[in-house]
Design a protein around this ligand. Sequence first.
Ligand code: SF4
Length: 231
Amino acid sequence: MTTNQNRNGAKFGGIYRSLIAVLGEPVELHRTSPLYWCDNALEVLLATILTQATSDKNALQSWRNLKQLCKEPSDILSLDEKVLLEAIKPAGIMTRRAKTLVGVLRTIHDRFGEYTLNQLAGDPGLAREILNNLPGVGPKTAACTMLFGLGLPCFPVDTHINRIACRMGWVASKSTPANTQLLLTETIPPEYHADLHILLLNLGRRYCRPTTPDCSHCPLSGECRFGSKSS
Ligand code: SF4
């Protein structure tokens, strides 16, 4: 193991422990996400599409509706359009979202001849290439599928985690989520990817809010550039 890897292991291990002490166990926090209630990588991909630009609560309700209607992901293709739109209504932007769900399923079938992502397990390069080129799928959705669906090393970054990473000084202050994702995937040790992703999402919701960060109560304030400036 290199010195840098040792340093990053100690740094992010400390952050992980500080966050757990205040926020609780990641597995419990993750239960509010539809990704927790998935049985395979393809389901994780579809559930992550439901989380785009909405709350976990609304995405989870839409995912539960879909799971009640569909035994298999491919059953989505047989749903009457009105039924599909009604099922995913809680998550909003239903027409675009339905188009993405259907487009993704068709593209996966065209590529693999079946409705599964199992062929991508164990191959991060191929997984990244295939997932990032699916219609309507961005880097964060691809990364969530890799991490939570396929168990591959990847650190998904959305706007909330990007905000924290910029404020903490882990990346440049104007780094984009996609760029931060590339950097943190390399920097954060893989054993912390899933848990830290969940913990930081919750830190962003409860403490590191966009306009009114609660730095005085934040468990990371002692090592945060932004927090030390604002206190
Ligand atoms: S100290 Fe403030 S800016 Fe830094 S991570 Fe915590 S809430 Fe965000």
